[in-house]
Design a protein around this ligand. Structure first.
Ligand code: GRF
Length: 189
């Protein structure tokens, strides 16, 4: 099996990155993590990549001329590594339509809600405040509209009485780690 080359984009702690690194260590996983890109040099998730000697690139928005320059730099890195698929995993930048069409492959994202509910930020708080009984995560294709592309896979969890945002976030994060690897298998196999 020829493994597809995956780039994971992060901004923070990178627990989803770690779950993908673990999944990619399995022989039957259809991809390998070849590149990690962060827009934040302090992202603790970079350590997960360093620990496995995965190539990392930090491209800080503030050090770029503008968004186009920032995205071109990212694109150049992905092209240099012949990346087949980009996985956004807590990457806190919105990619432009130009970037999405310029990259020659799928770009997917994981979002901590059952889309189309609660696009954007503070998803757990909004789910609890709405009195929802169920929440979860969604892996979807990235389009120029935020959190709006075709859904690849969803996993749900209960919202329990008296759940705090942190309780729910932890419960959802657990299924995120399963959902992301399963989604990649689903689209690459
Ligand atoms: C996850 O909840 C993901 O759904 C969202 O950002 C968070 C990233 O967490 N897009 P981590 O950095 O992978 O731990």
């Amino acid at each position: 099996m020829t493994k597809k080359k995956i780039a994971v984009f992060i901004s923070g702690k990178g627990s989803n990155l770690q779950s993908l690194i673990d999944a990619a260590a399995e022989n039957d996983f259809p991809g390998s993590i070849n590149l990690v890109i962060s827009d934040n040099s302090k992202a603790s998730g970079l350590n997960h990549a360093h620990n496995k000697s995965i190539k990392c690139e930090t491209i800080e928005y503030q050090k770029c001329i503008n968004k186009e320059d920032f995205e071109q730099k990212i694109l150049n890195k992905t092209m240099k590594e012949n990346i087949d698929i980009i996985c956004l995993a807590g990457f806190m930048r919105i990619l432009s339509g130009k970037f999405i069409t310029s990259f020659n492959g799928p770009i997917i994202n994981i979002h901590p809600s059952l889309l189309p509910k609660y696009k954007g930020l503070n998803t757990h708080q909004r789910a609890i405040e709405s009195g929802d009984k169920v929440s979860g995560c969604t892996v979807h294709y990235v389009t120029k509209n935020v959190d709006d592309g075709e859904i690849i896979l969803q996993k749900s969890v209960p919202i329990l009485p008296n759940d705090t945002v942190e309780d729910l976030a932890a419960r959802v994060l657990k299924v995120e780690h399963e959902a992301y690897a399963e989604s990649i298998k689903k689209i690459l196999n």
